[in-house]
Design a protein around this ligand. Structure first.
Ligand SMILES: [Zn+2]
Ligand SMILES: [Zn+2]
Length: 461
């Protein structure tokens, strides 16, 4: 077991050791967090766009809950026996001594909001989606950060296997849109409900099964056994997996309702053409799941590289103080999706490409250039100009860096003659046009279909 360090109780020596490993400039990102640089933003923008598009298509509306909540929101919903609550939360006190926590996942906040804003009075189900950063004090590794972005969808207020099927299909569609669906396989399981002979009986039998075998369990599992025995099933330590294979299986405990629900779900998934693996060791790390649990696993690396997952949480809203209300949802990690898109060589369409570069010499030319650039941008041409004092030659070097197809050049002669030079950067050819026709000429060269225009009032996202 790796020692889990709480940042609040980290010793000074540990801090110094961590700091001394750093090289380079004195100020760097904290451990486990990262900058999203422009190249990665192309991926982020594209993923967000796909998620918004697909979510809207299904009638979901966007919600953003605060970055921090009262700690109790997470303690209560996620459960204090989970890894998240027991060792991964960023918890702090505000100036009045209230305990607050950076959100480690999205569902708790959404459910808190659903109840706080009386969304149970709306026509059900309420379908919400979010795209936000989350925070967990986890061991950083490739594609895994302490501040990480997730998108998630929640359907609250109705229970039907078809809702679960549609949600899983939506997740799958997003992965298809992003070009990584083939990398992943759906793992699915039912962990039953709270009916006496369903999960509660399974949990008791599971505890009985492990009784007397504690010495064969890893340290973490022997700690989990009394409180959260389900988690023993998905432990990755070798000894634990051997025992888990012999352990009782949830499928033999499902009550008739859960059994029917799960059977229907599998049929519906088949009908939707989604391949799945029935995985009776899949329990998910969170306490609040009931019935359906699922994850999309990397076909070659298995659970180590799950891209996201979710499940049904019919008991959660009641736990959070509402009336019993069924719900289902999932979340996926954006950084991990990007890792996979890069590995698959997926090229994302970008709108960052610049159409035209304006170079100028002399103050009068600069004044005209500013006006011209404004006009070019107004018609939807993405325009960059060198506004410093550099020579034309140096300015054109900047144009090369932007890989622009065309340059407009205005020197002292052109200003005097009321003209401008349009240079085709690929061919190296150029022509002189009247200043008044520059916008029109460049528009023709770029093509009306490539203009980046925006009408006020238009929905941009
Ligand atoms: Zn049941
Ligand atoms: Zn274990």
């Amino acid at each position: 077991m790796t020692p889990q360090i709480n940042p609040n109780t980290m010793t000074d020596e540990a801090k110094t050791a961590e700091e001394s490993q750093r090289v380079g400039p004195p100020y760097q990102t904290a451990k486990g967090v990262h900058d999203i640089l422009p190249d990665d933003h192309e991926f982020f923008t594209y993923i967000k766009k796909v998620v918004r598009h697909r979510a809207r298509q299904h009638g979901f509306r966007r919600i953003t809950t605060p970055t921090f909540e009262f700690t109790d929101v997470f303690n209560r919903s996620i459960g204090d026996t989970t890894d998240i609550v027991s060792k991964e939360m960023y918890t702090f006190q505000d100036r009045k001594g209230r305990s607050l926590t950076l959100k480690p996942e999205g569902t708790a906040g959404v459910v808190r909001s659903y109840l706080q804003h009386n969304m149970q009075t709306l026509p059900q189900p309420v379908e919400l989606y979010y795209i936000e950063p989350h925070f967990r004090y986890d061991r950083p590794q490739k594609g895994r950060y302490r501040q990480f972005w997730q998108f998630g969808l929640e359907v609250i207020g109705e229970s039907d296997s078809a809702i679960d099927a549609q949600l899983i299909h939506l997740f799958y569609t997003v992965l298809q849109d992003l070009g990584v669906a083939d990398q992943f396989k759906l793992q699915i399981n039912s962990i039953g409900c709270s009916a006496k002979n369903c999960r509660p009986k399974f949990v008791v039998d599971l505890q009985n099964f492990y009784m007397g075998k504690e010495r064969n369990l890893c340290e973490e599992c022997s700690y989990r056994l009394p409180k959260n025995p389900l988690r023993l099933l998905d432990c990755k330590k070798e000894d634990c997996t051997i025992l888990a294979k012999l352990a009782p299986q949830m499928r033999n405990y499902l009550c008739p309702e859960c059994k029917e629900f799960h059977g229907e779900l599998l049929l519906l998934l088949k009908g939707l053409g989604i391949d799945y693996v029935e995985n009776d060791k899949l329990v998910r790390g969170l306490d609040y799941y009931t019935k359906t649990v699922f994850e999309f696993w990397d076909k070659s690396q298995g659970a180590q590289n799950a891209i996201g997952g979710g499940g049904r949480y019919d008991g959660l809203i009641e736990i959070m103080g509402g009336l019993p209300t069924p719900a289902v949802g999932f979340a996926a990690g954006i950084e991990r999706i990007i890792e996979n898109m890069k590995a698959c060589g997926v090229k994302v369409p970008t709108k960052d490409d610049i159409h035209v570069f304006v170079a100028q010499l002399g103050f009068n030319a600069k004044q005209k250039a500013l006006l011209l650039m404004r006009e070019l941008r107004e018609v939807g041409l993405k325009t960059v100009g060198a506004l410093g004092k550099g020579a034309i030659k140096n300015q054109l070097r900047v144009a090369d860096r932007f890989k622009v197809p065309y340059c407009v050049i205005m020197g002292i002669t052109e200003v005097r003659d009321g003209t401008a030079i349009i240079r085709d950067m690929k061919r190296g050819s150029q022509k002189i046009v009247k200043y008044e026709t520059v916008v029109e000429e460049v528009m023709k060269l770029i093509g009306a279909e490539n203009l980046d225009t925006y009408t006020p009032g238009e929905v941009l996202y």
